[in-house]
Structures are given as structure tokens and as C-alpha cells.
Design a protein around this ligand. Structure first.
Ligand code: SF4
Length: 377
């Protein structure tokens, strides 16, 4: 079996026809990276799972962690003798964690697996000093022996991106969350990560919304990632929605505070457990009624894909009845020259398809630029 090594600190498993089931995918990922070796020796240790249930909306809408991923982690832990497991979360100030536990499938998960649910909105807090702040942290965090963070890879309206580092905001009381917002979020998020250590991260990269933390426009990335370094994982995962860590101050600040290391692009730091599937999507199947176009998507960033779909939804009627591929999009097309298998009218989307006869530049390209190209055809 493949296993992660110090020089490949991030591991990723893709959703494919063979790994369709998120629960099994999660267990396979954890087995492959031998999470067991990192767990406390004491089987009575309190292990906390921290999903992202920022709002009470189901995971399919792109804001919250799939309960099947949590279930996979629980089954893995229980199979190794760990029974003292709690799911810890505090939704954002405007929503109720109890409602989120219910609506997102976590109440059923707790009943099914016997784990406890803990609402940090009902907890008291202690104060702790970091470099620049005195932070309020929920009391439960004192009692946890091993923290598994299970964020959603998605966009955020204020910080552009949210993943592992920012997900710890659910471990502080509402009054501190308000203080974070009034302090600009970035610095307090980095400081918080110096006082709460996440021992392991399983990131839900199935269908996060690349534009908004509350979801509503999910975009398929079809992968689960893991690492024990939140800075490394966030600096890599941000690129999957078309951002760079330098766009997200709290990632660089966390690196400067030695929370973890940045993912340098020129190094191969990601262990891929399987290969992503080559997808050809027929737009008629995607409720885009004006179109009979097809998209050949191979490892596209969400932001690129979102720009294409956004352009198609609002463009004038464009129809290709030949049944051939109409758009090619994704990083697998880097360096590729348009081959004969594509019809003359096939349009490459984004800089990755720069070798195509017709390609819309940008990384990601603007939806308007795609619309403009369509109108020229
Ligand atoms: S051009 Fe390539 S790297 Fe850039 S956003 Fe699109 S798919 Fe991602």
C-alpha cells in the first residue's frame, strides 16, 4: 500500500466510479496515510472531530462538511479501539448549531455511531494569550487529547478562501467571533492557530462553494485531502479554487508564526492515492437549456469551471448539435496542443489550454471573456 512520507505531506483521494462512496473513500485515505500511527496510545483519549457546520444547510449546497466523511473517520477510529469521540462545533453567530447538527445529518450520525455532539455555543470559555491578542477559547478545547479538523475547501466573502486554519473559529465563543470580525479576521485567525493545535486535518473537497462560505453555488472538486500541517494544506488547497496563498493574509501570517510550512509550488508535495476521472459533461444534463454543448473537464480549478458555467448560463443561445466536445478545461491540458480529436470549434478555457487553436486566456478567465468568445463564433 502507498503511504504518505515527510516529503509528501499532503495526500489526496479522488472520487471515481471505484471510490464513489465518501465513507469508504475516507477510510481508504486514512488507512493509506496510517493515521493510526499518529493517534494517542491511550485508547481512552478524547478525540474531537471539528467539521464545518457554519450554517444549517446540507453538504451538497457547498458550505458544510459531508457527514459521510465524519462517519468514515469515526469508523476508522472505533476500529482501532478509540471510543471516546466527540463532534465539536459552533455555527456562525447568525445560525444555531443544534439546527445545523439536525439539518446537516449529524444528529443521525451521532445516534448511529454512539459519538457525542458538543455545541460550543453553549460552552464557557477561558482566556489565553497569543503573540498579540488575549483570546477567548471554549472550555472543551482544554479537555481534547487529539483534534481532527474536517473543514470544507471553499471560498469566503471576506478572506477569499476558507479551509483548515479558519475552521478553528468554531472553537471560540460568539463574543470572540465578533471580535475577530471587527479585527479584520486575518491576524486573529493566525493567532488562534498558535494556541489551538490541530493534530490532523481531513479536508472535504467534494463540492465546496468557491465563492461564498454559506454555499449555494457548489462546484465539484471531487476529492478529500489530508495532512497534519494546516498551513501546508491551505496554501495548496487555495490553488484549487484559483487563488494563491499570497492572496490570503492569514495563511502567510500563520506560516510566519510557525503554525506550519507553506506549500511551495515547485516541489511535488502531494501524494495522489488514485487518479481523477476524465469527465465529459453534457450541458443538457446540467439544466443549461440553451445549450447542447459538451465540456471535457480534466482537473479544472473550481474558479475556472465556475467562470465557464457562469458564462454559459448568461450567454446568447449557442448550440452545437454535432455531439462533439465543445469546451476543454483543466490543468491536464497544460502543454497540450489541440489534437485532431477535437472538432475545429472546440474552445479551450483558461491559460492551461493556451496550446489550443482557440483558447480564452486567464487563470481563471473572466466569464465575460468567455461570453465574448462565444458571441464571436
Ligand atoms: S487556467 Fe488552469 S490553473 Fe488557471 S484556473 Fe483554469 S484550470 Fe486552474
Amino acid at each position: 500500500m502507498i503511504s504518505s512520507t515527510p516529503d509528501r505531506p499532503i495526500s489526496v483521494i479522488y472520487k471515481t466510479p471505484e471510490t464513489e462512496n465518501l465513507l469508504k473513500m475516507t477510510i481508504l485515505l486514512l488507512e493509506t496515510v496510517s493515521l493510526y500511527n499518529r493517534l494517542p496510545e491511550d485508547r481512552k483519549a478524547l478525540i474531537a472531530l471539528k467539521p464545518n457546520l457554519v450554517v444549517s444547510r446540507p453538504a451538497e449546497e457547498g458550505a458544510t462538511t459531508h457527514p459521510e466523511i465524519c462517519e468514515g473517520i469515526i469508523i476508522y477510529l472505533q476500529s482501532h479501539g478509540y471510543k471516546n469521540i466527540v463532534i465539536v462545533e459552533g455555527s456562525w453567530v447568525g445560525d444555531s448549531t443544534s439546527r445545523a447538527f439536525r439539518n446537516c445529518g449529524y444528529e443521525k450520525l451521532a445516534q448511529k455511531t454512539g459519538v457525542k455532539l458538543f455545541n460550543t455555543q453553549n460552552d464557557d470559555f477561558f482566556t489565553v494569550k497569543s503573540d498579540e491578542y488575549t483570546l477567548k477559547v471554549c472550555n472543551i478545547m482544554h479537555k481534547i487529547d487529539f483534534l481532527i479538523n474536517i473543514p470544507v475547501l471553499k471560498g469566503h466573502c471576506q478572506t477569499s478562501y476558507t479551509g483548515a486554519l479558519k475552521n478553528l473559529k468554531g472553537c471560540i465563543p460568539d463574543s470572540e467571533k465578533r471580535h475577530f470580525h471587527s479585527s479584520g479576521l486575518h491576524r486573529p485567525i493566525a493567532e488562534l492557530n498558535t494556541v489551538i493545535k490541530q493534530d490532523f486535518i481531513v479536508m472535504d473537497g467534494i463540492c465546496g462553494d468557491p465563492t461564498f462560505e454559506e454555499g449555494g453555488s457548489p462546484s465539484t472538486l471531487n476529492r478529500i485531502l489530508c495532512s497534519d500541517d494546516p498551513v501546508m494544506l491551505d496554501s495548496y488547497a487555495a490553488t484549487l479554487i484559483g487563488l494563491h496563498y499570497s492572496d490570503i493574509s492569514y495563511i502567510s501570517l500563520s506560516a510566519a508564526l510557525k503554525v506550519g510550512s507553506l506549500c511551495e509550488e515547485d516541489k511535488n508535495l502531494v501524494l495522489e492515492i488514485n487518479t481523477p476521472v476524465h469527465k465529459v459533461i453534457t450541458l443538457r444534463d446540467s439544466n443549461l437549456e440553451n445549450f447542447a454543448a459538451r465540456i471535457d473537464e480534466q482537473d479544472a480549478c473550481s474558479s475556472c469551471y465556475t467562470a465557464l458555467i457562469g458564462a454559459l448560463k448568461t450567454a446568447e443561445k449557442y448550440e452545437n448539435k454535432s455531439g462533439e466536445v465543445t469546451f476543454a478545461i483543466g490543468r491536464a491540458f497544460r502543454g497540450a496542443v489541440q489534437s485532431k480529436k477535437f472538432i475545429h470549434g472546440c474552445i479551450g478555457i483558461g491559460n492551461c489550454t493556451a496550446g489550443f487553436t482557440r483558447s480564452v486566456p486567464g487563470c481563471p478567465p473572466a466569464a465575460e471573456a468567455i461570453r465574448q468568445t462565444l458571441s464571436e463564433i
